[in-house]
Ligand binder design. Structure first.
Ligand code: NAI
Ligand code: MG
Length: 422
């Protein structure tokens, strides 16, 4: 069987959408059983993203280019799949993370070896089965389970892998960059963050407080772009922090299969130890606990990896809880006084994945959006993901973009063809 044409690829992606729709409940259940997140993923996010990629599958094309010797030479470009893609993904959202890699691979006509995280492999395996069910020939999409240091490293080092698309920690990202040198693999890296969420005094405070809280607590804080450094303008600091703490105290933490649950557990005992360790570090550093601050110890939840949504106040910029990615439900509230000052402090990080800004002043919003060094800036909202929008990092949050038309370039080679006509 030869390579699929763009129209065949489009048809295949749309069939895949139907298969996901038909197995939606099971896929959501697998995610919850594996990593605990409240049951029910966003169809718009998952299936909408694949439909977006299906549309692009037939819209990829090169260009004709006027050379410096018009009349003598004519040139055009061809877009070709980059080849074999190795995708290595984390555990914090197995269904969405797998789809984020499958969409562009299927749209561009690459082959894929995808390694899910050892903590949460089932959803990716099930998606692989669905692809075989709808007629994808075996060998095009391969789901390979295993540990990072063995299976992951084998993908990162393999001479026949042309590109690695990695989502995960900065530490592992560095290993992948080093491994890529062996055969000059292409890379796209979507790594961690310590994103600022800036609240000006003129904001809609009720909406901003909800956004600031859920910008950290959603998915128990296990989100790469969590807005964990909440900068609050001085005149509203006390009131705003009190609102956020109140929201934190009332969030329903519990079993992801309970429909009332808003926040599930952390993924593993290891992640629990890590997050509780940071809670201790914050207390030792002198930050003030306004809400939460520890594990849930009562009843059945005491046996699981449940952590209280935690708000630390009076956090200093250089504290470890304000500089290191915690990946748990831990918010640092930090006061500021002036525009230029908060821009400088927001940018004073080695990361650059996302930022949030709340203000009713349109000109201030645009000015700050231009000065923030991060791949996504959300104004009067947070954590809005859209298949049409490029998503990715500045600085140590990685390079390359996922989503949007931009991501497809990462999965394609461009070839220049020149014809002498004169
Ligand atoms: P990790 O980055 O080590 O794991 C992510 C993926 O990389 C998994 O599939 C894993 O098997 C694989 N991997 C691990 N070592 C590898 C290696 N040497 N070569 C190739 N692949 C390898 O993340 P981990 O250890 O699960 O979590 C540790 C911390 O990393 C978290 O507490 C969190 O701070 C951060 N993290 C950030 C994520 C993000 O999206 N920004 C996602 C997951 C973790
Ligand atoms: Mg690791």
């Amino acid at each position: 069987m030869g390579p699929f044409t763009p129209f065949e690829r489009q048809e295949l992606i749309l069939k895949f959408c139907d298969a996901i729709e038909a197995n939606w409940d099971e896929l959501c259940l697998l995610d919850t059983l594996e990593m605990g997140a409240p049951y029910g993923r966003s169809r718009r996010e998952i299936i909408g993203r694949l439909r977006f990629c299906a549309g692009l599958a037939t819209a990829l094309h090169g260009e004709t280019i006027a050379t410096s010797v018009p009349g003598e030479a004519f040139a055009y470009t061809l877009k070709e799949p980059v080849g074999v893609v190795g995708a290595i993904i984390p555990w914090n959202g197995p269904l969405p993370a797998t789809i984020w890699k499958l969409g562009p691979v299927l749209a561009t006509g690459c082959a894929l070896v995808l390694k899910p995280a050892e903590e949460a492999s089932l959803t990716a395996l099930r998606l692989g089965e669905l692809l075989l069910d709808i007629g994808l020939p075996p060998g095009v999409i391969n789901i390979v389970t295993g540990f990072g240091e063995t299976a992951g490293a084998a993908i990162a080092n393999h001479p026949d892998v042309d590109k690695v698309a990695f989502t995960g920690s900065n530490e592992t990202g560095r290993h992948i960059v080093r491994a890529s040198a062996s055969n000059m693999k292409r890379l796209s890296l979507e790594l961690g963050g310590k994103s600022p969420h800036i609240i000006f005094a003129d904001a809609d405070l009720e909406a901003a407080a909800r956004s600031a809280a859920m910008g950290v607590f959603a998915n128990s804080g296990q989100v790469c772009c969590a807005g964990t450094r909440v900068f609050i303008e001085k005149p509203i600091y006390d009131e705003f922090v009190a609102r956020v703490a109140e929201i934190a105290r009332h969030l329903k933490v519990g079993n992801g299969l309970d429909p009332a649950t808003e926040i599930g557990p952390l993924v593993s005992g290891q992640q629990l130890d890590r997050v509780v360790g940071y809670l201790d570090i914050g207390k030792r550093e002198g930050a003030e606990v306004l809400a939460g601050g520890g594990r849930l110890t009562e009843g059945a939840l005491g046996k699981g990896f449940f952590v209280q949504p935690t708000v630390f106040a009076n956090v200093g910029d250089s504290m470890r809880i304000a500089t290191e990615e915690i990946f748990g439900p831990v918010l640092s509230a930090i006061p500021f006084t002036e525009f230029d000052e908060v821009v400088a402090r927001a940018n004073d990080t080695r990361f650059g994945l996302a930022a949030g800004v709340w203000t009713r002043d349109l000109s201030k919003a645009h000015r700050i959006a231009a000065r923030i060094r991060a791949g996504s800036v959300w104004i009067n909202c947070y954590n809005i993901f859209d298949a049409a929008l490029p998503f990715g990092g500045y600085r140590e949050s990685g390079y390359g973009r996922e989503s949007g038309i931009q991501q497809l370039e990462e999965y394609m080679q461009v070839k220049a063809v020149t014809i002498q006509v004169g």
